[in-house]
Design a protein around this ligand. Structure first.
Ligand SMILES: O=C(O)C[C@H]1C=CC(=O)O1
Length: 91
């Protein structure tokens, strides 16, 4: 199952920089592991925002929720999920 996921990151300005850097490093390792597994198939920065557009390929909505809620940055994210169906004109 394919999902379009938009993640907006909102780290409070008064959050300690060292803690933020550690969370971002953990997030990068987690994201790259999921990409190597083929579950996080696209990851694009939205220009001008601390946000991304991603495509996930997972077995179920429950699996997607587990992956997203395990993101180290999850407590600082607003996430919008859109399920994708095959377009009839796609080749
Ligand atoms: O930077 C982001 O968009 C947030 C998050 C998603 C992957 C990653 O490494 O960080």
């Amino acid at each position: 199952m394919l999902f379009h996921v938009e993640m907006q990151v909102n780290i409070p300005h008064d959050f300690p920089a060292e803690k933020a850097d550690a969370i971002k490093a953990a997030e990068k390792a987690y994201a790259q592991d999921l990409q190597r597994q083929g579950k996080w198939v696209h990851l694009w920065r939205i220009a001008g925002r601390y946000a991304n557009v991603s495509i996930f390929d997972v077995e179920s909505v429950d699996e997607l929720h587990t992956l997203l809620s395990s993101l180290p940055l999850f407590p600082f994210m607003d996430i919008k999920v859109t399920p994708l169906a095959r377009h009839p004109s796609a080749i």
